[in-house]
Design a protein around this ligand. Sequence first.
Ligand SMILES: [Fe+2]
Length: 180
Amino acid sequence: MAKIVFRSTGKVIEGEQNIKEFLSKYGITYERWGVERLPERLKEEYDLTEEEQKAIIDAYKEELEKLKKEKGYITEDIVVLSNKTPNLEKLLDMFKKEHHHVDDEVRFVVDGSGIFPVKIEGEIVDVYVEAGDLIVVPAGTRHWFELDENRKIKCIRVFKTPAGWEAIYDENEKVSMPLR
Ligand SMILES: [Fe+2]
């Protein structure tokens, strides 16, 4: 189950509705799309062919199209991190540095799990996500990403332009909000 843990106090928020309500106050979208519709192979395989990647994206066509229409996203792809990923440690070192983006960070977790620490009112809040969860971290929100003990995650990511994905490490750097 997804959960939220406040680093300073250890306070935990659980349950889809509670998580959704808490995060929405800070502009973060959380939705539960589930993975029941996916065949096992598409969940378990991390070395996906183009056809398999397309099959995963097609399975969520309805939700993805709705999201893209609402938020102005243009395209999507599949990203995987596992022990088979070349330079995994290097990538994780990069992902765990606090940053923000000029576009939203959109992830639907197809398999595996991970942690999105986000800075909310100066406090670090760990958002634990797992297969079936959608999270949208809005442009400008300071965050980073860590794998958990499962050491693997497979996600659909949705974005406007590749430039919007560049990590901005300096929190004082201005965010120019893109038109929606
Ligand atoms: Fe990010």
